[in-house]
Design a protein around this ligand. Structure first.
Ligand code: F6P
Length: 542
């Protein structure tokens, strides 16, 4: 479906005017002083997630114009086309139906196929979890990108719900330093390898699968059929590698949207069939919200529109994600693929070069660790970087088998964690004037430096925007909803920009050049190479 280019819409022009009049000079502190109801007015509730969007540089008019932009760009129709299964991934001629993977039986396209594999997958996960019978102690997922980042992120996130007798490992990098330390810990008699690759051709995964097979045979492993399982759309290629136990999925599931498919097997093994179904149900609840809620109160829509406002009007080129939950330590990495592989494009769905910016850089670390690393720059650096805080109200460590006294201490630590989270968004917004800094005591500051100079160093510009997402608890259901929220938010900004968010041609050139360079490492042949690559090849060979 052809959509009007966003920069040629009436709403875009209106937003440009609005930005010049009210956006460029927008001050969050003044906005809160003007409007006592701002917090409520800019709060959005979605299944499992509440979002405080009030500490962002926008007002009612901005939001109204952004919704008009979404309508003019045909966002609702594009969303419906995706959910219906139209081939919106035009460059690959594919439908985009990750939502069908979490829809109840009989309610979405391909339901019979989806539920047949899901039932089989979950039955298998339960077999593995019955460790007294299965004998497994370790499960190693070998995959990369979308065949790694999802399970690698979700398994620690749901550690509190995980099988205590099974250790999950993740190997992705072609660098042997990734797999070597994992293999050293394993016993072939008690290890299950999952070879996860949509295509079953990915260099890294094939190399690591070969290494795992070689290790298995060399250390006395005998039953490959029992100890290796494949997850792929290319069952034939798995069979060629000697892996006959497989779970399939389909070309309408993008790699970075595949955690809901059999790619989620490590998670299903960790949290069990019931937990995995809850995870899917949380995502489905978010799908329904995305499909049905009015654009004004639709959380993925509001977040995606805010992204457009910041990227294209304010010119902010990055967004930092700070999950205040250690379980979400890999969430920023997961989001990097989701957002940047989806929307990091410079031509629109019709192949026309963009005259406007697209995907921001997405990055971050869990709080409070990030505070002691790069938050300095967020508070006082020259760039404005919107921050997205994720706060989880209740803990999961009360489920752990620790002594009561320790658990009580950890509960206190949780309050400290939440206080830090709120303090950071507060500090970003409020800042501190040099005049205030001048009046403060600074015991660690130089006693000889001019006081005004010192105050300049100790002042904060403030007015730095942030959003805070709040979960009641980090559960299979809420994690499912949270991930689906981000998927749809990326869809929204991509749809406004006119991007095909579901292909990734940008990864191909490096892969092709790598294949050409590989034999040169054996021969040393530098003919036809640029001087830098030839020089580096000579240094790295041998
Ligand atoms: O890096 C490109 C990419 O194709 C990703 O989109 C994908 O998630 C990853 O490689 C892994 O691909 P596969 O699952 O086919 O091994």
């Amino acid at each position: 479906m052809s959509m009007p280019r966003c920069d040629q819409t009436i709403a875009w022009t209106a937003l440009q005017g609005h930005f010049e009049a009210h956006g460029r000079g927008f001050d969050l502190r003044e906005a809160f002083a003007r409007d006592a109801g701002r917090f409520d007015a800019f709060g959005v509730s979605a299944p499992e997630v509440y979002a405080d969007l009030s500490k962002n540089r926008w007002d009612d008019t901005t939001r109204r114009l952004l919704v008009e932009l979404a309508e003019e760009c045909g966002l609702p129709a594009h969303r419906d086309a995706m959910l219906r299964g139209d081939p919106i991934n035009t460059t690959e001629g594919r439908a985009v139906l990750h939502t069908a993977l979490r829809a109840p039986r009989g309610t979405a396209p391909f339901s019979d196929d989806v539920h047949e594999v899901l039932d089989r997958l979950l039955a298998y996960a339960e077999e593995v979890r019955a460790v007294d019978r299965s004998g497994f102690t370790d499960v190693v997922n070998i995959g990369i990108g979308g065949s790694d980042l999802g399970p690698q992120m979700a398994v620690p996130a749901l550690q509190a719900y995980s099988h205590p007798g099974l250790k999950l490992h993740f190997v992705s990098n072609v660098d042997g330093h990734d797999i070597a330390p994992v293999l050293q810990q394993l016993n072939p008699a008690t290890t299950l390898f999952i070879i996860a690759s949509k295509t079953f051709t990915t260099q890294e995964t094939m190399a690591n699968a070969q290494a795992a097979l070689a290790w298995f045979k060399a250390t006395g492993g005998t039953d490959i059929a029992r100890h290796f399982v494949g997850v792929t759309t290319n069952i034939a290629a798995a069979a060629q590698l000697g892996i006959h136990q497989t779970f399939g999925f389909w070309d309408w599931v993008g790699g970075r949207y595949s955690l809901w498919s059999a790619i989620g097997l490590p998670l299903a093994i960790a949290i069990g069939a019931e937990g995995f179904r809850e995870f899917l149900a949380g995502a489905h609840a978010m799908d329904q919200h995305f499909a049905q809620a009015p654009l004004e109160s639709n959380l993925p829509v509001q977040l995606g529109l805010l992204d457009v406002w910041y990227r294209n009007f304010h010119g902010f080129s990055s967004r930092s994600v700070a999950p205040y939950h250690q379980g979400l330590k890999r969430f920023p990495a997961y989001l990097q693929q989701l957002e940047m592989e989806s929307n990091g494009k410079c031509v629109d769905a019709e192949g026309r070069r963009f005259a406007y910016a697209t995907s921001p850089v997405v990055w971050g670390e869990p709080g409070t660790n990030g505070q002691h690393a790069y938050f300095q720059m967020l508070h006082q650096g020259t760039d404005v970087i919107p921050v997205e805080f994720i706060a989880v109200k209740t803990t999961s460590h009360d489920r752990s088998p620790l002594p009561d006294t320790v658990r009580a201490g950890l509960a206190d630590q949780h309050v400290k964690l939440l206080a830090n989270c709120l303090a950071q968004s507060q500090a970003l917004m409020l800042g501190k004037t040099a005049a205030d800094a001048l009046n403060e005591k600074a015991p660690t500051a130089s006693a000889t430096l001019d006081r005004q100079v010192l105050a300049n160093h100790r002042s904060f510009p403030g007015n730095r925007p942030s959003s805070t997402l709040v979960l009641e608890a980090l559960t299979p259901r809420s994690l499912g909803a949270l991930i689906a929220l981000y998927e749809h938010r990326v869809f929204v900004s991509g749809a406004i920009w006119g991007i095909n968010s579901f292909d990734q041609w940008g990864v191909e050139l490096g892969k092709a050049l790598c294949s050409q360079l590989l034999p040169r490492f054996a021969t040393g042949e530098a003919e036809g190479l640029d001087a830098s690559t030839a020089g580096l090849l000579a240094r790295l060979r041998g």
